[in-house]
Design a binder for this molecule. Structure first.
Ligand code: SF4
Length: 231
């Protein structure tokens, strides 16, 4: 049976269960901590660090999505130090990734008064758009490596393992094994990765064609229907 734990978040007394994360405990009392890589249905790994918070008595900032609550813990989710850190993280992201299809991140840029031009010499992570199957396109210029697509394709949902990280450091990206076209992988086109992608890096082919100005008739002729026997 989980133990009930009392802690303080932004001055509010919060009751949580042992094993809960700081993020969950804060959400339970209506305090929203900003996140990028976090998704309710994916395992958290604290990759993006946007959700870091201050915990009294702990020198290093703690990622709220993976840090567990403890009795008497005192947490601050907003402060000048946190605002500066989050603003800089968002500015670094905006300097290297095409965020034009990521409305939630754009809203955070506004909220944290981030300047997308702050690092003018940063190198954009450009990638060729991959249109190698009839169901969805992949535009990794828009990918900020949240890892959600890999998680739902793998152990969090589908156990298909069609995609994973490849390379290291700045060259890290999402890829199929040996960069094979999607049709030559284990992908079953379940669409789970499209559902969790927050940036438009993965997009249904029909939506992409619509945005490109194709007519509905053209789109139907270029993409198969999911229903057997339907046009
Ligand atoms: S493609 Fe989308 S879901 Fe996958 S890592 Fe990139 S941003 Fe995240």
């Amino acid at each position: 049976m989980p133990e009930r734990i009392l802690l303080t978040v932004d001055g509010l007394q919060v009751e949580a269960e042992s094993g809960d994360t700081i993020l969950k405990a804060a959400q339970a009392v209506g305090i929203q901590i900003p996140t990028l890589c976090y998704h309710d249905y994916c395992t958290s790994y604290g990759l993006c660090r946007l959700c870091v918070v201050e915990v009294e008595g702990v020198r290093a900032l703690q990622p709220a999505c993976v840090s567990k609550v403890s009795p008497g813990m005192v947490v601050r989710t907003t402060s000048e130090r946190l605002r500066r850190l989050r603003r800089t993280l968002l500015e670094m992201l905006a300097s290297t990734i095409d965020l034009s299809d990521a409305p939630d991140v754009q809203a955070l840029l506004v909220e944290y008064q981030a300047d997308p031009q702050r690092f003018p010499d940063a190198e954009l992570r450009l990638s060729t758009l991959l249109d190698d199957n009839p169901m969805f396109i992949r535009d990794y210029s828009k990918c900020f490596l949240c890892w959600r697509c890999v998680q739902v394709c793998g152990e969090d949902v589908q156990f298909t393992f069609a995609i994973d990280f490849s390379n290291r450091g700045y060259q890290t990206r999402i890829s199929t094994f040996f960069d094979k076209p999607m049709l030559e992988t284990t992908c079953v086109f379940c669409g789970q990765c499209l559902e969790v992608c927050p940036t438009g890096a993965l997009k249904p082919k029909r939506l992409w064609l619509l945005e490109a100005g194709r007519t509905p008739d053209e789109i139907m002729s270029l993409t198969p229907s999911g229903r057997r026997g339907a046009p």
